[in-house]
Design a protein around this ligand. Structure first.
Ligand SMILES: NC(=O)C1=CN([C@@H]2O[C@H](COP(=O)(O)OP(=O)(O)OC[C@H]3O[C@@H](n4cnc5c(N)ncnc54)[C@H](O)[C@@H]3O)[C@@H](O)[C@H]2O)C=CC1
Ligand SMILES: O=C(O)[C@H]1O[C@H](OP(=O)(O)OP(=O)(O)OC[C@H]2O[C@@H](n3ccc(=O)[nH]c3=O)[C@H](O)[C@@H]2O)[C@H](O)[C@@H](O)[C@@H]1O
Length: 480
């Protein structure tokens, strides 16, 4: 019976291992984590992450062939395959600060694997790592191996939050990179045989280590690049009277471009796009490829511009002052169907509004109040560090009230910002909301979820990303 141990029970380790256990009943999977809080939650009825469909999968396997434990060393020692799915945040200090990946957690995992192992193991990079990380890991393992054979594989994860279970059940592809040696090829086959229990063989791509590592960074860079491209277009749409949804539709019909990932928004968020592009930029710079680095850097600059532009629109359309005005923030997570707030554009937008002295009523169906306070008071880049390692003493943000419904958030507010595309925001009773707001009442839709014409008929002044401007806004040009 194959024994798998996964170090790191987060958004990737938890769901991926649950699905492997579910699809491969003959494999025993143990997820280990240094966070007692996380492991306790994985063993309880309230899982540590919100992900549609995850509860069912976990309930069906937990205690049978899926286990969650804090006994990291014991389970690593017993495993045949060790996945490493720990944090790889952006470095906050030292060489490469603000760009390079911080491999502290990875390296300490590798050293621990070398220390406790008594039998040969396949070590799988599941975290997203810089190209050539496998070489560094190999060095750590072999220098401390006491003659034990370690094979390193790169098996990057492509799941997206909110659709993780579906993505894992039916992946577009599974990517496995390994050494081109007989030992490396044998290791690839062992991992391939596990995935082949539910993934069609033609979707399992095997490459060398460096191609697999780089493909993960490249995939995220290409995806983010599409969003920054359409967001750049959204600014031009507002300036010219074109409608970005019509433009997306028209260009997406070209099969070479494709329709997905062309939704203009207030900006992309999530724990990985920015971090992985910064990492890519750093690798380019280290290789003397400054033009290539600058090309990818621009994706992030456009994303920051988009968030700034949104805040400036709000302030300028409210007579250039929002001091003391109450603004309802609908949605705080970085996308719908997740409670994850890492790098959510809501943080930058809220900070921008708070900087202009606004009062905020924040509502999100999945993000707890304490998380919102933490996010708004935590230094940038700390978001991707393990929860236990970040000091958590949120400032008392007197301007922020976290409430439990969209109706409560909008009561007596001057304006509404929609920052996450939660389905429930599409079916709100906007007439009722309008009646309970200060006038003029504004809606700033950062996700293009509302029916702009319907809201204008009710009486709202509406700004929707990349849509023809409300006459009110035309007279109030924002400084971009
Ligand atoms: N979140 C996502 O959707 C995706 C993330 N990734 C990559 O996967 C990796 C993990 O990301 P997430 O799961 O989102 O992070 P996460 O923060 O949710 O989970 C990481 C876990 O590793 C644990 N950990 C850290 N050091 C440890 C150690 N030495 N021993 C045991 N446990 C340790 C932490 O306590 C934490 O629970 C990152 O490299 C990320 O870039 C890749 C694809 C998708
Ligand atoms: O490496 C990772 O962490 C993962 O990053 C993304 O997944 P995720 O960040 O969970 O979610 P996405 O659906 O990609 O959305 C990212 C951000 O882009 C925004 N977005 C997405 C699509 C779009 O058309 N417009 C847009 O603004 C979303 O609202 C969200 O803020 C990738 O889609 C995954 O393939 C990858 O595995």
């Amino acid at each position: 019976m194959v024994k798998i141990c996964c170090i790191g029970g987060g958004y990737v380790g938890g769901p991926t291992m649950a699905v492997i256990a579910y699809k491969c009943p003959s494999v025993v999977v143990t997820v280990v984590d240094i966070s007692v809080q996380r492991i306790t939650a994985w063993n309880s009825d309230k899982l540590p992450i919100y992900e549609p469909g995850l509860d069912d999968v976990v309930k069906q396997c937990r205690g049978k062939n899926l286990f969650f434990s804090t006994e990291v060393e014991k389970h690593v020692a017993e495993a045949d395959i060790v996945f490493v799915s720990v944090n790889t945040p952006t470095k906050t200090q030292g060489l490469g600060a603000g760009k390079a990946a911080d491999l502290t957690y990875w390296e300490s995992s590798a050293r621990m694997i070398a220390d406790v192992s008594k039998s040969s193991k396949i070590v799988v990079e599941k975290s997203t790592v810089p190209v050539k990380t496998a070489e560094a890991i190999e060095k750590i393992l072999t220098h401390n191996s006491k003659g034990i054979d370690f094979q390193i594989l790169s098996n990057p994860e492509f799941l997206a939050e909110g659709t993780a279970i579906n993505d894992l059940f039916m992946p577009d592809r599974v990517l496995i990179g390994g050494r081109e040696t007989p030992g490396g090829q044998r290791a690839i086959k062992v991992l391939k045989d596990i995935y082949a229990q539910w993934v069609p063989e033609e979707r399992i791509i095997c490459t060398n280590l460096w191609s697999a590592e780089l493909s993960k960074l490249a995939a995220n860079a290409f995806l983010a690049q599409r969003i920054s491209s359409i967001n750049a277009m959204s600014a031009l749409c507002e300036a010219t009277g074109a409608d970005v949804s019509q433009v997306s539709h028209a260009i997406g019909k070209d099969s070479r471009i494709g329709a997905k990932f062309l939704n203009a928004s207030v900006g992309f968020g999530g724990s990985c796009f920015q971090k992985d592009i910064l990492n890519l930029v750093y690798i380019c710079e280290c290789n003397g490829l400054s033009e290539v680095a600058n090309y990818w850097k621009q994706i992030i600059e456009v994303n920051d511009y988009q968030k700034r532009r949104f805040v400036n629109r709000i302030v300028s359309s409210m007579f250039n002052t929002i001091s003391g005005k109450r603004i309802a923030i609908l949605g705080f997570s970085f996308k719908k169907d997740t409670g994850d707030t890492r790098e959510t554009p809501a943080i930058d937008v809220c900070r921008g509004l708070l900087g202009d002295q606004a009062q905020l009523n924040i509502y999100d169906p999945q993000v707890p109040e304490q998380q919102i306070h933490k996010d708004l008071s935590m230094p940038k880049y700390n978001w991707n560090y393990p929860v236990h390692s970040v000091s958590m003493c949120p400032d008392d943000l007197k301007q922020v009230r976290v409430v439990s419904s969209a109706y409560e958030a909008t009561k007596d507010a001057h304006g509404i910002c929609i920052l996450t595309e939660w389905d429930e925001f599409k079916s709100l009773n906007f007439q009722k909301i309008y009646d309970n707001m200060q006038k003029p009442a504004y809606v700033f839709d950062g996700r293009n979820v509302v029916d702009v014409e319907k809201l204008r008929r009710i009486g709202f002044v509406v700004y929707s990303i990349g849509k023809p401007l409300d006459p009110w806004l035309k007279d109030m040009p924002a400084v971009m």
